[in-house]
Write a protein that binds this ligand. Structure first.
Ligand code: AMP
Ligand code: FES
Ligand code: ZN
Length: 304
């Protein structure tokens, strides 16, 4: 197989783009897709101070690497969840990566916050993943605002977005559909939400993995012992089958949603969703009186 651009031997085949690329042309393709994703959805500019949430996995490391290459002002944020088998390798690979590439890094330890995930799991006596997600998102927001960043970026890719979209659609969850997309606007009125963006929204897991491999991005990522592999595993399998039969359908479906579906759901959900208020305990926005994380803290205190 030859590179679709320069006719050198190809190293990556991309049926969804009806292309194959040699290493140099592939890296250029990846850069252009990230640029296009940022430009089309007006995610941020070179004036922004971008906090990039780094799990230690290949997606978020590839993201911060590429944004730094493109000259953006980036700082990493790693949340150390305190899970014995997975948190140490995740933190170590994040720290080693940021040191190697001169990327400033903030690390927040949940143990010091009294929210180490194994302890939360033991005390709450229900599946911990949703509580863990709430805790992570709470600290992404809090740290980004406190440290004066203008935008928070995560490493979610096209497969993550499609799986989430599919899950929201199966349930016809109007508020979630109305909020879904590569950019979630800031909310300064109700206590403060930072603007959140997903610059890898045009790139699949496979495309990002190839980029990470070609860039020599090392990660010793151990998957979380509490979740059965990646989130939305089943939905991702369904979409792998669809994409296999109809190459290119994934990005078309997602772009079609952004152009023609999302605005309608956003309009409809204005009427349906509960209004936001500052949390009575911590002040960050919530549709309940007390936010999810403060309720977790209360449940832990009661259990003691
Ligand atoms: P996941 O939900 O594990 O697929 O992660 C989605 C994105 O959330 C990653 O690409 C990261 O940007 C971010 N993320 C997940 N876990 C962490 C963590 N422990 N610390 C910082 N960012 C994280
Ligand atoms: Fe949060 Fe597994 S429960 S990473
Ligand atoms: Zn709160």
């Amino acid at each position: 197989m030859k590179c679709s651009r320069c006719k050198a031997p190809a190293v990556v085949s991309l049926p969804s783009h009806h292309s194959a690329f040699c290493e140099a042309c592939y890296l250029d393709f990846f850069t252009k897709q990230v640029e296009k994703g940022i430009r089309k959805q007006k995610l941020f500019t070179h004036e922004d101070r971008i906090l990039v949430a780094l799990s230690g996995g290949k997606d978020s490391l590839a993201l911060v690497y590429e944004l730094q290459l493109q000259g953006y002002n980036v700082t990493g944020l790693h949340i150390d969840l305190g899970i014995p088998s997975s948190s140490a390798p995740a933190r170590n690979s994040t720290e080693a990566f940021c040191t190697k590439h001169n990327i400033p890094l903030l690390v927040k330890e949940m143990e010091k916050e009294g929210l180490a995930i194994p302890m939360v799991k033991e005390r709450l006596r229900r599946p911990v993943c949703s509580a863990c997600g709430k805790i992570k998102r709470h600290f992404f927001n809090k740290i980004a605002l406190e440290e004066g960043f203008t935008v928070l970026a995560t490493g979610h890719n096209l497969d993550d977005e499609i799986a989430r979209l599919f899950s929201n659609t199966i349930r016809w969850d109007i508020p979630y559909l109305g909020d879904q997309g590569p950019a979630l606007e800031a909310d300064d009125e109700h206590g403060g939400f930072i603007r959140k963006v997903k610059p890898l929204w045009r790139l699949s897991e496979w495309e990002t993995a190839n980029y990470a491999f070609l860039r020599g991005i090392e990660n010793h990522y151990a998957s979380c012992p509490y979740s059965k592999g990646a989130s939305f595993t089943f939905h991702k399998q369904v979409w792998a089958t669809i994409e296999n039969h109809m190459p290119g359908r994934k990005i078309d479906f997602y772009q079609g949603f952004l152009e023609r579906g999302q605005p309608l759901f956003a309009q409809a959900s204005e009427k349906q969703s509960d209004p936001l208020h500052p949390c009575q305990r911590c002040g960050f926005p919530t549709s309940a009186g007390v936010c999810g994380v403060c309720r977790i803290r209360e449940a832990l205190a009661e259990g003691q």
